[in-house]
Ligand binder design. Structure first.
Ligand code: HPA
Ligand code: ZN
Length: 333
């Protein structure tokens, strides 16, 4: 099944680039930049990566991101992700980044944007774009400020998103920043319904104009919302290994993805923060096969959804769908 998964052309739509920082690279960059990490060894890292909820992860994740300081650091981070994703059959990626995590430390937009763009240009086998995320543990005014700072640096950015601590930080707080992004021609997505209630999913759609919902699994608690998501075929980017690692779901076997598919929702499967959650996109697909009994048709449907849910141009989408159908027919033959 692993070989089949790798040969499936797919898109990754929910991936935080800062969440691809592997412990090896974290130590290397800390050393290079003379940054004093709170971990001495891989064993310390493993202990710290036992999360109890979203916040316990975010505390470690922002700490790790502090080793990223130069354009070369951001280049290497992006390059390593794209190479790894390519090996799992990712042909298109829309990649989240958290500018406020870096600007707050004095690392400017020109530093990380040039590193990201150079790595993306050096990986032409994957079409890719960036999604600028606002940190919801900071204020709506901070998001507006981040958007204003970003304006001269939007080449390669396709959309804005909303991430970080969900509970108690509803989408409504970010209405103005999303309105600015829309004025600048950007698309909109938002994390909603990961730990927060289904009402946050509704507000993301209604107030922020989100065209795609990240996680969204708690939508199932509200049947009229499920019906709306189904009727409008709102893309939902689901991250099974993340949900288990952050204890949103006990085990993959208990994941609501089969129910979401059964209800006709347009779900894709993604890796979120693979360096922290135990696997890249291939492992997420494989987990569905091994623990939920998903067969080839179901995995192919998820891959097809991922392409259709993307912001890729129509021609690129058509090309990827053709490649997917070809991979399926040569697999049968
Ligand atoms: N949820 C919210 N914020 C995040 C996540 C997530 O899964 N990953 C990185 N930032
Ligand atoms: Zn996420």
């Amino acid at each position: 099944m692993r070989d089949f998964i790798v040969t499936l052309p797919k898109a990754e739509l929910h991936l935080h680039i800062e969440g691809t920082l592997e412990p090896g690279m974290m130590f290397e960059l800390a050393d290079r930049n003379s940054y004093d990490l709170p971990f001495e060894s891989l064993r310390d890292v493993e202990a710290a990566y036992r999360f109890t909820d979203l916040q316990s992860f975010l505390d470690i994740y922002y700490q790790g991101a502090a080793v990223l300081q130069t354009e070369q650091d951001f280049y290497e981070l992006m390059r390593a992700y794209l190479d790894r994703a390519g090996a799992d059959g990712v042909r298109h990626a829309e990649i989240f980044f958290d500018p406020q995590t870096h600007t707050e430390r004095g690392v400017g937009f020109e530093v990380f944007m040039s590193g990201f763009r150079a790595a993306m240009a050096d990986t032409p086998n994957i079409s890719s774009s960036l999604i600028l995320c606002f940190l919801r543990h900071l204020s709506g005014a901070d998001a507006v400020e981040a958007m204003a700072m970003a304006e001269p640096h939007l080449e390669g950015v396709v959309a804005v998103g909303l991430d970080s601590s969900e509970k108690g930080n509803p989408p409504e707080l970010f209405e103005e920043a999303y309105a600015m992004a829309r004025e600048l021609g950007l698309r909109a997505v938002a994390h909603a319904g990961e730990e927060g209630p289904p009402e946050y999913v509704e507000a993301a759609l209604d107030v922020l104009g989100a065209e795609r919902i990240d996680h969204g699994i708690r939508s199932l608690e509200k049947p009229p919302l499920v019906e709306r998501l189904r009727k409008d075929q709102v893309p939902i980017t689901v991250c099974p290994l993340s949900n288990v690692a952050l204890r949103v779901v006990d085990r993959i076997e208990d994941h609501p993805l089969p129910e979401m598919m059964g209800r006709g929702l347009q779900v894709s499967v993604n890796s979120d923060d693979p360096a922290y959650f135990g696997g890249y996109i291939g492992e997420n697909y494989l987990g569905l096969a091994e623990k939920l009994g998903f067969g080839r048709d179901e995995l192919a449907k998820i891959a097809r959804n991922s392409i259709n849910s993307s912001f890729a141009e129509a021609l690129r989408k058509a090309e990827l769908i053709t490649q997917l159908e070809e991979a399926l027919s040569s697999d049968e033959g």
